[in-house]
Design a protein around this ligand. Structure first.
Ligand code: SDX
Length: 435
């Protein structure tokens, strides 16, 4: 794959009086890279790029994003079209397979998801042994890794049909998420139904109860499909890179995804959606004075960041945030919520921030996490499950990247280099001489 991208153009690098020619690569959307795969063997030098801000780890056919123009495409399709016209299951199929499903393919994939919706009854007992108030992301990461023990066929034959592997995981993670919520509420588990599609089934498992039957709201189902689609992939973000790095050691899909869930948990990454709502609730409870939070965020001596703003790649609007912000209004309306004070505060913060030189100079815009919690909260999902929702959405992307790496003939185990800055070689000092 990488070798096909070499353009014939060269970058010249002069080191210690010698000039080296490094090949230039170009992707299908015009992204260019300097190929440094032979740099160390030719020059003895490595490159350093903390946070990998300028370093590409792979070539990928899955997602393209342009941070300057606010473009996001999955397998060439614009996120705006997919969010408006598809179901999450269609987009999951697209990410994993590379093409939108035909009617027959979609039915087959949906049937697989339905067939895999149950988890082993012994696995359900695991919920009884997590301490109360265990963070849902910790439960999810543990349970996904444990799936390897209950379904060894998923690990013994990693090259297994990707439909089976992806459907099994996408379906069981939905059940694990809903069951962990019911357990945390002390309510009886609600099992998946064979006659409900993916998102309606999840909502029913979350909110149905013997004394208060849940009535599926089509607007809420549509909003959940949209949110999961918008979170489904985002090229080489922290958690996806984690899945690829762990998987590069030839680790099975479920253990690799479990590692990705842990990376997503971070407040700088997927954990931000929960932190945003907690910040908005705190501002609301303190009388709505959000200006002090903006001032804190601008104070170089204060580590506080205005969660939900800024992005490593988007230096203009995050297209997902624009779509979610618009969806807030229709979901709230469909739920009969005439006004949401947190949404009002969020809108005011955005308006002030987008005119504040500190944020403008640094190209800090609302990201995918700034408005998503407004919708999750309106649906009734507790804030400590918001990042679990992000993980449910991101699953197809993680699976697609793991599979792309697994099938890459040029696959190498990921193993970055470093620059050592510790003590130089020194004589050993025995214990008796150290006192
Ligand atoms: C996600 O990578 C992906 O694609 C991630 C994601 C996905 O779909 O997978 O899009 C999902 O993780 C979205 C991001 C969610 N996180 C947050 O909302 C947390 C708040 N945002 C930040 O902490 C920050 O913006 C990051 C982590 C998102 C990006 O960090 P970078 O790229 O390392 O940027 P940086 O820390 O170098 O910041 C550059 C400047 C700094 O100021 P100076 O040193 O130049 O003076 O911008 C400032 C930062 O202090 N800055 C902020 C800020 N974000 C950056 N200042 C205040 N508030 C913020 N939110």
């Amino acid at each position: 794959m990488l070798n096909d991208l070499v353009t014939g153009k060269k970058a010249e690098l002069t080191l210690d009086g010698k000039t080296y020619s490094l090949p230039i690569m170009e992707g299908s959307e015009g992204e260019r890279a300097i190929d440094i795969r032979t740099l160390r063997s030719e020059t003895g030098y490595v490159t350093i790029d903390s946070g990998y801000m300028n370093t590409g780890s792979c070539a990928s056919n899955i997602t393209f994003l342009d941070g300057e123009k606010g473009i996001l495409n999955y397998r060439g399709y614009a996120i705006e079209d997919l969010a408006e016209k598809c179901s999450f299951v269609e987009v999951a199929f697209l990410l994993v397979h590379g093409s939108l499903p035909t009617g027959l393919e979609l039915k087959k994939f949906s049937d697989l998801l339905g067939g895999f919706a149950l988890i082993h009854e012994d696995l359900i007992h695991f919920f009884d042994h997590f301490p109360p108030y265990s963070p849902p992301m910790s439960i999810l990461s543990s349970m996904v890794n444990t799936l390897c023990n209950f379904y060894p066929e998923m690990t013994d034959n990693p090259g297994e049909d990707i439909d089976m592997m992806s459907a099994r995981l996408i379906s069981k993670v939905r059940t694990i998420a809903a069951f962990s919520y019911k357990k945390s509420m002390g309510q009886p588990l609600v099992y998946p139904r064979h006659d409900y599609p993916y998102c309606a089934n999840f909502l029913n498992m979350m909110f149905d109860s013997p004394v208060n039957p849940y009535v599926v709201n089509d607007e809420v189902v549509a909003a959940l499909n949209k949110l999961l689609i918008l979170h489904a992939d985002h090229e080489q973000n922290c958690s996806t890179s984690t899945v690829r790095l762990v998987g590069s050691a030839r680790v099975n899909l479920y253990a690799s995804i479990s590692a990705g869930i842990s990376a997503l948990w971070g407040p700088l990454h997927g954990g931000a959606n929960q932190a945003v709502i907690e910040m908005l609730e705190e501002i609301y409870e303190n009388g709505g004075d959000y200006k002090q939070y903006i001032d804190k965020a601008k104070d170089r001596n204060d580590p506080f960041r205005l969660v939900g703003f800024g992005h490593r790649v988007y230096k203009s609007h995050d297209p997902r945030a624009l779509i979610i912000k618009k969806a807030c209004e229709s979901v709230l309306r469909s739920l009969g919520i005439s006004a949401d004070p947190l949404l009002d505060i969020a809108r005011e913060i955005e308006e002030v921030v987008l005119q504040d030189p500190y944020f403008v100079e640094r190209n800090l815009y609302p990201n995918v996490d700034f408005y998503s919690g407004i919708i999750y909260r309106a649906i009734g999902i507790p804030s400590n499950m918001f990042t679990v929702m992000f993980a449910m959405g991101r699953l197809p992307g993680w699976i697609a990247h793991w599979k792309e790496m697994w099938d890459d003939p040029n696959w190498r185990i990921g193993r970055p280099r470093q620059i050592y800055t510790g003590p130089q070689r020194r004589p050993f000092v025995s214990l008796s001489e150290r006192d």
